[in-house]
Write a protein that binds this ligand. Structure first.
Ligand SMILES: Cc1ncc(COP(=O)(O)O)c(C=O)c1O
Length: 398
């Protein structure tokens, strides 16, 4: 059987980012130096005290056995402690928290747990692909809700809900947003919770970037809204907060029914993370948090450097208040190329790789996403190179 005949595989379109990745790979193989802002993959190491605890725990034989699928109690307790300190939200480690193998795994298996054909999911567009494809894989239908600068997300949401029948049963929200870096305040979540209760919708919130925030901004959690637990579950990731993307640690907290569904699903699928990783993850959450401040500061400095440099190149971009991304509207003279062609051009002419906005959904096609994962020196080099490319006026139909 050809893989194209498999039902779920057929539902997965070719990966847009693969086009730029492939070009990048070929340029590098030809010896070119490409400055890579493409992927949201933190370039800094995990803080030392977390790595040290992993090493220590890895030496203990009892940590080599199968662990617990929903996560060891100590980590679930640390998760609840973190939510209490950070958001003043009370959670029960047994019924309202579950450890996941990165938030991506958790989101995917929650989607699988709660979807059946005929279920429609409201997902922002553009958004981080798993918010959509977790549900596509699970067999649900998607209703895209436009998101971006100048768009009233809440108005789009209402419109999507009211024009879809049967009404969607699930809503995904992700603020600070990947890729748009859009942020919200608590009153936004108050409206989302009221909306969810009115329309009987389950809300899945993803706050992977809640700690990567700048200029004093502190992103809220949906669970801070009284009664949110009746309708919402929230995913959190240690990948960005503690520079731990390769460790694959995340968790979900909130609504007991949703946590229970995910717990049941995972009990069939996995035996939990390697226990030393869980022990070290608990230290990350319970331990000193200055490392988090330093990580956010690094992205803030890079953001300023990048946007100042691009400003000098004539590319004015609004400063994001959070995330490790800059969501940059393609300059007027290149916009009609679309984000994929513009990204290719940047790669070929300026030797700079970015992620085309179309890869996050059709409403992203006027933008590219620039991940703040190159150091100061390389970031400066990239802005100079983009300026030279703009000044030279590339061979495009304007
Ligand atoms: C919004 C968002 N959610 C989830 C994830 C995945 O995080 P994890 O490493 O915990 O799977 C990412 C990773 O880039 C992300 O940007």
């Amino acid at each position: 059987m050809d893989e194209k005949e498999f039902y779920r595989i057929q539902r997965l379109p070719p990966y847009v980012f693969a086009v730029v990745n492939d070009l990048k790979y070929r340029a590098r193989s030809a010896g070119e130096d490409i400055i890579d802002f493409g992927m949201g993959n933190p370039d800094q190491p995990t803080p030392k005290h977390i790595v040290d605890r992993l090493i220590e725990a890895a030496k203990e034989g009892r940590n080599h056995r199968y662990s617990v699928s929903r996560g060891i109690f100590g980590l679930r307790k640390a998760v609840c402690g973190f939510y209490k300190r950070r958001f003043d939200v009370d959670l029960d480690p047994d019924s309202e928290a579950i450890v996941t193998i990165g938030s991506k795994e958790g989101l995917s298996h929650l989607a699988l747990s709660i979807s059946n054909p005929g279920v429609t999911v409201l997902a922002p567009n553009p958004t981080y692909p798993i918010h959509v494809y977790a549900f596509v894989i699970a067999g649900a239908d998607i209703r895209h809700v436009p998101l971006g600068p100048g768009i009233d997300f809440f108005a789009s949401l209402k419109e999507a809900m009211e024009s879809t029948w049967p009404h969607p049963q699930v809503l995904v929200v992700n603020f600070p947003s990947n890729p748009t870096a859009q942020v919200v305040e608590l009153d936004f979540y108050e409206k989302v919770v009221a909306f969810a209760k009115e329309y009987k919708v389950m809300v899945i919130s993803d706050i992977a970037y809640s700690e990567i925030a700048f200029d004093g901004y502190r992103p809220p959690s949906i669970l801070q809204v009284p009664g949110a637990k009746d309708v919402a579950v929230e995913f959190y990731s240690l990948s960005k907060t503690y520079n731990m993307p390769g460790w694959r640690v995340g968790f979900a907290v909130g609504n007991q029914r949703l946590v229970r569904a995910l717990t049941r699903m995972k009990s069939y699928l996995d035996y939990g993370l390697f226990q030393p990783i869980q022990v070290a993850a608990a230290i990350a959450l319970n331990g000193p948090q200055d490392c988090v401040t330093e990580i956010a500061q690094l992205y803030q400095d890079r953001r300023d450097l990048l946007l100042d440099g691009l400003g000098r190149a004539g590319w004015e971009i609004e400063k994001p208040k959070a995330t490790m991304f800059v969501w940059a509207r393609i300059p007027d003279e290149y916009r009609k190329l679309g984000s994929l062609e513009f990204s290719k051009l940047l790669l070929q002419e300026a030797k700079v790789a970015v992620a085309p906005g179309i890869g996050f959904g059709k409403h992203g096609d006027d933008f590219v996403r620039i991940a703040l994962i190159e150091n100061e020196h390389r970031t400066r080099q990239a802005t100079r190179s983009i300026r030279r490319f703009f000044n030279a006026g590339a061979d495009v139909q304007r």
